[in-house]
Design a binder for this molecule. Structure first.
Ligand SMILES: Nc1ncnc2c1ncn2[C@@H]1O[C@H](COP(=O)(O)OP(=O)(O)OP(=O)(O)O)[C@@H](O)[C@H]1O
Ligand SMILES: [Mg+2]
Length: 291
């Protein structure tokens, strides 16, 4: 196909959304007290057809930190995570109300390029999903797609080192990724995600299928990536949330009307959520008294 590449509207080309009455001058004149928000979810409700999965989620995700999303099965953690990089868009019946701002720009705004969104906001899934290709080609896949062919070997090595996998695979880069252990495959998927140096990493229960040693490796990895990337992780493992996350958001299923709907109960410093949560529902959940 010889059609020209369509002009892409980049996220940063949109005018930032500011609260009514706030001018650029007043924003800049404010002291730098507030932490920089990478995502600012404002009153977000999500529906799959007639089913409402999430109601009125207002949650800020802070730059360079690890934020954990916890809560019982079905409360909408994955739904929320996937909505941060528009992964839910192709789901039939998916609908979102409210706003998700990414560095101040509406990620669901008209003209936003979804490819650009995915480039900046990488995702790793619960089940490791390497491509049936070599280890090298898995990591090189996204850079090649983006035309980043110069220095590819160095880029692949950097990503594998960043994912703490290099030493284990440097002598077998041409071997199939499917021959790696589950923990190695998951670190390979993380290497694949960071190879194009995204701004954010979204991790949906990345260690749930792994043994304690591989889980430890993934947690160490998250610590080492923190600061370089903003990380949002969904986990059912509360010790894991307590170990890795700076902030933790607790979601629950609340019965508004007839049907239970996922609701953000509270978000705070992780130590606060596990030590002295404000809401009794959080206390019950983190102390294992839930259900
Ligand atoms: N593709 C979909 N189509 C229709 N409904 C969906 C879809 N994905 C999720 N849901 C529904 O949305 C609600 C929230 O699901 P979600 O997967 O976000 O929960 P979760 O908190 O991640 O649960 P778990 O801890 O079990 O992974 C559930 O009721 C689920 O059935
Ligand atoms: Mg889930």
């Amino acid at each position: 196909m010889n059609s020209p590449v369509p002009a892409r509207v980049r996220i940063q080309d949109q005018a930032p959304v500011r609260p009514a009455g706030v001018t650029e001058t007043t924003v800049e004149a404010q002291p730098l007290a507030a932490p920089e928000l990478v995502f600012d979810s404002r009153g977000v409700s999500i529906f799959y057809g007639a089913k409402q999965a999430l109601a009125d989620v207002t949650l800020g995700i802070r730059h360079g930190q690890i934020t954990a999303l916890i809560g019982p099965s079905g409360c909408g953690k994955t739904t929320f995570l996937r909505s941060l990089n528009r992964m839910n868009d192709p789901v039939p019946g998916f609908r979102i109300e409210g706003q998700i701002l990414y560095h101040g720009h509406d990620i669901y705004g008209s003209g936003v390029d979804r490819v650009e969104v995915r480039r900046r906001i990488g995702m790793v899934f619960q089940k490791p999903n390497p491509f049936p290709k070599s280890i090298y080609d898995n990591v090189a896949w996204a850079p090649r797609n983006l035309g980043l062919r110069r220095g590819l070997d160095e880029r692949v090595e950097k990503a594998l080192r960043g994912a703490a996998l290099w030493d284990e695979v440097k002598d077998r880069l041409k071997d199939s990724a499917l021959g790696l252990s589950g923990g190695q495959q998951q670190r390979l998927c993380i290497a694949r995600a960071i190879a194009i140096e995204p701004d954010v990493l979204l991790l949906d229960e990345p260690a749930s299928a792994l043994d304690p040693i591989a889980t430890g490796a993934i947690e160490d990895l998250m610590h080492s990536l923190k600061g370089r990337f903003t990380i949002v992780i969904v986990t059912h493992n509360m010790q894991q949330a307590a170990r890795v996350a700076d902030r933790t958001a607790f979601f629950s299923l609340e019965t508004a009307g007839a049907k239970p709907v996922g609701t953000l109960i509270e978000v705070d410093e992780t130590a606060k959520i596990f030590g002295e949560p404000r809401d009794p529902r959080t206390r019950d959940y983190v102390s294992g008294r839930f259900g």
